[in-house]
Design a binder for this molecule. Structure first.
Ligand code: IVH
Length: 718
């Protein structure tokens, strides 16, 4: 890189993480060139320098050791990537619950959705949540044919050969199993094996590992399956993907079958009906936790009957029939050395405590979020005092740090007895530390209260916001351009030469053309090289067409995350229709505004943010230039396109008798229909039950077809 190398001791954690990502990719690339293709692009000395830099950064930030870190790779095995495997059924994640109250809500929501009185008639299973990595293992005619990691839930990595080395996973299933069986579960490393491995590493003077889960992941992602074999990984089966026939009709029954077929299953799984029993089992597993030889981070509850699971179905990312009850987070004491401000994509000023490094639940923590200005002062969201007597957090204070799973650690409380006399109260900046613009706290239009977050008003002028926008644009769930990570974005953003500079997204796509016409060649800049430049342009060009939901997500509209972007893509179908709708809603009234608000899952705050975004001429200019370079694809027509209601807009009104409104809605969506909350000219069908009122009148007015519940069920019959 032509960017000056920052001495390791001066790196911020964010810079370190970004650099480790680049180093992992760079070293892996050179490994392949050297070992796999026998045509190294860099000298051995330069290669060693990369490795040393990687090790030095990891030594200072052990919590940042990546699953694909070069330091976790043994020997000089050729390191390539694993081939992708598209899951036959998506591998979803679980919703989290944290309190007894949440568990009660979960159980009640199941009854409510199914329209059953909460009479204790529905059974749930409860089993430990294993802290490993999930795996889908496919058998055809009883033989293991492939195994894939979860990946992004849709596509994972083909790790078949590595999985075959796990003794606990059968290569063949007994006679009589269904033709296609996909067993899913968790691959993990036992605590004992983890400790033994670390002892060995330390004895050999090598870097030790952070925790069993990362080590298990690293052990599995080895191109040389012998390394995986040496790690003694283990497995618990608890779920399934495609099955050509179902061998049981309950969760318990399925797991019993897995056991019969030779898979390890967790012995602490129980079938329970009352919330009290469920919570008692959670407490019991929590008490056993320290003595278990594997890491667990909670208890998973699932509706036992599979027919009920089917009826409950899924939300966008998780099933309605299951939840993970997490154990409380782990805590530790340490000192606040400094407070820094990070400026995010939306201009939010987030205070970050730089801490004396401390291990919390087996992971070294050096930074923790302080949320916002009020939080440092000891005030909660409604101005109430927090932390007992509302004391503030000062530089020099001893604090309690909490870490829960993958969430950013936070500073919970101050140990007042330990406050030194010279502890310095924190004066929150009123201007943006990056661009110097005023940083203000807006009034929330809905609540009339002052926003807890102070934001930089610099907008496009603020380099931090502009850079973060770009980083968001190329991030994994947005454009996901290989070779264009955080570090490269910093480089291109800072570049003054017009043949190199990237300040807004469209310039990513004009870079190749500008390069061709210029004498400042990227390939002559240290850290790029001819091959990597060619690959970068290939990666950029591969993204000239992109799924509509990714395109919308990449725009970085406030409040529009991946889920919302998907909802919008599905509702509008094409980018042109989406933009036309947003511009037409500029007055926050009228049909276009109503249409946006009728999308289930999009509330008013989000709707406003989107419309506001489209009122800003700068945004329209950037999008206009972007559309000269890229084409968002029309959104996929939802599944089940052969159903008679696919693609139709349906409104349910009045009361339903055979199922709850939620269930009816979920079912319609499964069949590819769009369910709307209000009737308009665009509505195709209204399902009206007894007591239907104004929506029914409207349907008649617009001449929309109206049917009752029985006719609806008849129509969608398989
Ligand atoms: S059930 C459709 N059961 O937790 C849901 N998941 O947060 C299928 N996990 O990706 C998952 N132990 O890796 C289930 N007993 C258990 C689990 C478990 C660990 C993991 C799994 C999943 C993640 C969801």
């Amino acid at each position: 890189m032509s960017v000056e190398q920052i001495p390791v001791e001066n790196l911020t954690e964010a810079q370190a993480a970004a650099e480790l990502a680049v180093l992992a990719a760079e070293i892996a690339k050179n490994d392949v060139l050297y070992h796999g293709k026998d045509r190294p692009e860099i000298s051995d000395a330069d290669y060693d320098a990369l490795k040393r830099r990687n090790d030095a950064i990891e030594k200072r930030f052990p919590q940042l050791v990546r699953a694909d870190s070069p330091s976790l790779k043994v020997g000089a095995a050729p390191l390539a990537t694993f081939a992708p495997i598209t899951h036959s059924r998506p591998m979803l994640s679980l919703d989290n619950t944290f309190s007894d109250e949440d568990v009660r809500d979960f159980v009640n929501s199941v009854y409510r959705f199914l329209g059953v009185l909460p009479d204790g008639s529905i059974a749930f299973t409860a089993e430990p949540k294993i802290d490993g990595l999930s795996m889908s293992i496919r058998y055809e005619q009883g033989r293991l044919v492939n195994a894939a990691t979860r990946g992004d839930g849709t596509t994972g990595e083909n790790v078949t050969e590595n999985i075959r080395t796990i003794r606990e996973i059968p290569e063949r299933l007994p006679d009589g199993v269904p033709d296609v069986v996909e067993v899913r579960g968790e691959v993990y490393m036992s605590k004992a094996d983890f400790l033994a491995l670390n002892e060995k590493m330390a004895a050999e003077g090598k870097q030790t590992y952070v925790n069993p889960r990362n080590t298990a992941a690293g052990s599995l992602r080895q191109l040389d399956a012998k390394v995986t074999a040496s790690r003694n990984l283990k497995f618990f089966a608890y779920a399934w993907g495609e099955m050509s026939a179902m061998p049981a009709d309950t969760q318990m029954g399925m797991v019993a079958k897995f056991k019969e077929w030779g898979f390890p299953v967790n012995p602490l799984m129980k079938r329970l009906t009352s919330v009290d029993d469920i919570i008692a089992h959670y407490t019991d597993i929590g008490l056993k936790r320290p003595d278990l030889d594997y890491e667990i981070d909670g208890v998973v509850y699932k509706v036992d009957r599979l027919d009920l699971q089917e009826r409950l179905g899924f939300r966008s990312r998780s099933p309605r029939w299951a939840t993970a009850h997490k154990f409380p987070a782990e805590q530790a004491f340490t000192k606040v050395e400094r407070i820094d401000i990070q400026v995010g994509r939306t201009g939010a000023l987030t205070p970050v405590a730089r801490l004396t490094p401390i291990t919390v639940g087996g992971v070294v923590v050096t930074n923790a979020t302080l949320h916002n200005e009020d939080y440092i002062k000891g005030l909660g969201n409604s101005g109430e005092r927090i932390r007992e007597d509302g004391h503030d957090i000062r530089i020099g204070d001893t604090v309690i740090v909490q870490r829960a799973g993958d969430v950013i650690p936070q500073v919970l409380d101050v140990v007042m007895e330990k406050r030194p006399a010279d502890a310095i109260p924190y004066d929150f900046p009123k201007t943006c530390p990056v661009c110097g613009s005023h940083a203000v706290r807006d009034i929330n239009e809905k609540t009339g209260k002052i926003d807890a977050v102070r934001r930089c008003t610099g907008g496009f002028v603020c380099r931090a916001q502009a850079v973060e926008h770009l980083k968001h644009f190329v991030s994994r769930n947005a454009y996901d351009i290989e070779g264009l990570g955080s570090k490269q974005i910093d480089f291109f953003f800072e570049a003054e030469d017009p043949a190199l500079s990237i300040r807004t997204a469209p310039e990513i796509f004009t870079l190749e053309k500008r390069q061709a016409a210029s004498l400042t060649k990227l390939e002559n800049i240290e850290g790029f090289g001819r091959v990597s430049v060619r690959k970068l342009f290939e990666a950029i060009n591969a993204r000239r067409t992109i799924a509509l939901n990714r395109f919308i997500y990449a725009l970085g509209i406030r409040h529009v995350g991946e889920t919302t972007a998907k909802l919008l893509a599905r509702a509008y179908g094409t980018y042109a229709a989406f933009e036309a709708g947003m511009t037409a809603a500029a007055s926050f009234s009228g049909e276009a505004w109503a249409e946006l608000n009728s999308i289930d899952g999009i509330g008013e705050v989000v709707a406003r943010a989107i419309v506001e975004f489209y009122k800003e001429p700068r945004n329209l200019d950037v999008i206009g230039r972007l559309l000269e370079e890229v084409t968002p694809e029309a959104a996929e027509v939802p599944v089940a396109s052969d159903s008679p209601v696919a693609g139709k807009t349906v409104v349910f009104t009045g009361s339903l008798e055979k199922m709850t409104r939620d269930e009816a809605k979920a079912m319609a969506e499964r069949l590819g229909a769009k369910v709307s909350g209000s009737v308009s000219k665009k509505t195709d069908l209204v399902v009206a039950g007894p007591g239907a009122g104004s929506k029914l009148d409207k349907a008649r007015e617009f001449g929309v077809e109206v049917i009752d519940e029985d006719q609806w069920l008849e129509r969608i019959k398989p």
